[in-house]
Ligand binder design. Structure first.
Ligand SMILES: Cc1cc2nc3c(=O)[nH]c(=O)nc-3n(C[C@H](O)[C@H](O)[C@H](O)COP(=O)(O)OP(=O)(O)OC[C@H]3O[C@@H](n4cnc5c(N)ncnc54)[C@H](O)[C@@H]3O)c2cc1C
Length: 373
């Protein structure tokens, strides 16, 4: 590979793919590089597949902005391109009186975030909607849903290619050098090393995005770009009676995640998760010994679940900017002109709700690229 291109996107997860759709057009050379054998094999295929409403994060954050903007865009894409999805709705529940205060805070935050379809629920109202759920209070988010994330990525991939984008798999970016009018991007394809020259480089490398920023010469500790891996594991529930719940059921959130919740796949199967545990390495195995913790977490508000119903399912790794015990960190979506790197756009810490936010992030990044080509 030795080419001059307009845009080089590093990473073909859901975010890189959505950006490719926005940027690809006839007459423009857009290359997307990914180290894996195909698109979407990392975080974008190891998540809860929930279309979030925008309740959890502070009102003035990019996480909230792009989630609230991304949700209707995703539903539109699902309808238009026949992507599997269900607008199931979700209930966030308080299992005791203490959690009720957190439910009220979250509800108010949701309204402040512009999520205008939330309804507070009493114990009796929750029982009427979800007879198997035990909770003292909660609220309903009717527009939360689930999506076939693989179907979404396939659709982005096909549309980007139709518009002329070129994809290179098994291609790992191992160096980035600033040039007078852009960047030399050095890649390792299987055994051989080659390079291309790009006017604009977009770093959408997920769990590796801090390393890509470092390759471009950024001191990631000074910039607060260092990523911490936070593992989320899932257990599937063998529910003989499949209709245990009709909606997604979430507890009040914990420090590093939304809490072990109950979600449904498009085929109606139930899963519990994700947990949240900081780890040093990327490893997608599920620790079977945590089965009892999952059972206890879910049993508090869904007592029909039995320990024997649970089996280890899968895990995902959150690319978190926030380390253990640290406060809220927003998505970083940065034009690095001020660091002497005009043409480099870094997307770092794109954890949840990154799937929901992907079409809105892509539009925003396309706006940043305007005027650079
Ligand atoms: C447990 C869990 C549950 C979640 N649940 C939800 C949810 O329900 N709803 C929601 O909206 N969001 C959810 N998310 C968040 C969502 O999954 C992510 O925000 C989103 O998938 C991030 O996409 P991405 O494209 O940025 O990253 P990725 O999917 O990780 O893609 C990055 C790509 O970069 C490539 N790459 C990395 N380094 C290099 C390199 N050097 N050279 C070339 N390529 C490289 C990788 O191969 C990869 O394909 C969840 C995340 C986790 C971990």
């Amino acid at each position: 590979m030795s080419d001059q291109v307009d845009v080089c996107i590093i990473g073909a997860g859901v975010v890189g793919l959505a950006i490719a759709v926005e940027l690809a057009k006839p007459g423009r050379r857009v290359f997307i590089l990914d180290r894996n054998r195909t698109f979407g094999l990392e975080t974008s295929s190891h998540n809860s597949e929930v279309i979030h409403a925008g309740i959890y994060n502070p009102p003035d954050s990019l996480k909230t902005r792009f989630c609230v903007e991304g949700k209707p865009l995703l539903y539109e894409l699902c309808e238009k391109y026949n992507i599997g999805h269900k607008r199931l709705g979700k209930i966030i529940v308080a299992a005791d009186a203490e959690e009720t205060r957190e439910i009220e805070r979250l509800y108010r935050q949701g309204i402040e975030n512009g999520v205008n379809d939330l309804t507070l629920l009493t114990r009796a109202e929750i029982k009427r909607l979800e007879p198997n759920v035990e909770a003292v209070a909660g609220f309903l988010s009717p527009s939360t849903g689930i999506i076939d994330s693989w179907g979404l990525m396939q659709s982005f991939y096909g549309r980007a290619r139709e518009s002329g984008a070129d994809f290179f798999f098994n291609t790992e970016v191992t160096g980035i050098e600033k040039t007078i009018d852009g960047f030399k991007v050095i890649v390792t394809e299987r055994e051989s090393i080659s390079s291309l020259h790009a006017t604009v480089v977009i770093n959408a490398a997920g769990l590796f995005s801090d390393k890509i920023a470092a390759l471009a010469g950024i001191d990631i500790d000074k910039a607060s770009y260092r990523i911490h891996y936070c593992k989320g594991e899932y257990f599937s529930v063998d529910s003989r009676d499949k209709r245990v719940v009709e909606r997604l059921i979430y507890p009040v959130p914990e420090q590093a995640g939304t809490g072990i919740h109950i979600s449904l796949n498009l085929d109606g199967n139930i899963k519990l998760g994700p947990s949240a545990r900081y780890v040093d390495a990327i490893d997608y195995s599920v620790d079977e010994t945590s089965k009892t913790d999952f059972y206890r977490a879910a049993h508090r508000y869904l007592p029909v679940i039995q320990l024997d119903d649970l089996s280890p399912d899968f895990a995902g790794i959150r690319p978190k900017l926030q380390g253990p015990g640290a406060g809220f960190r927003d998505f970083v979506i940065a034009d690095e002109t001020d660091r002497g790197l005009p043409g480099l756009i870094n997307l770092i810490g794109i954890e949840s709700p990154g799937l929901t936010a992907s079409p809105a992030i892509a539009r925003y990044v396309a706006g940043m690229v305007k005027g650079k080509l």
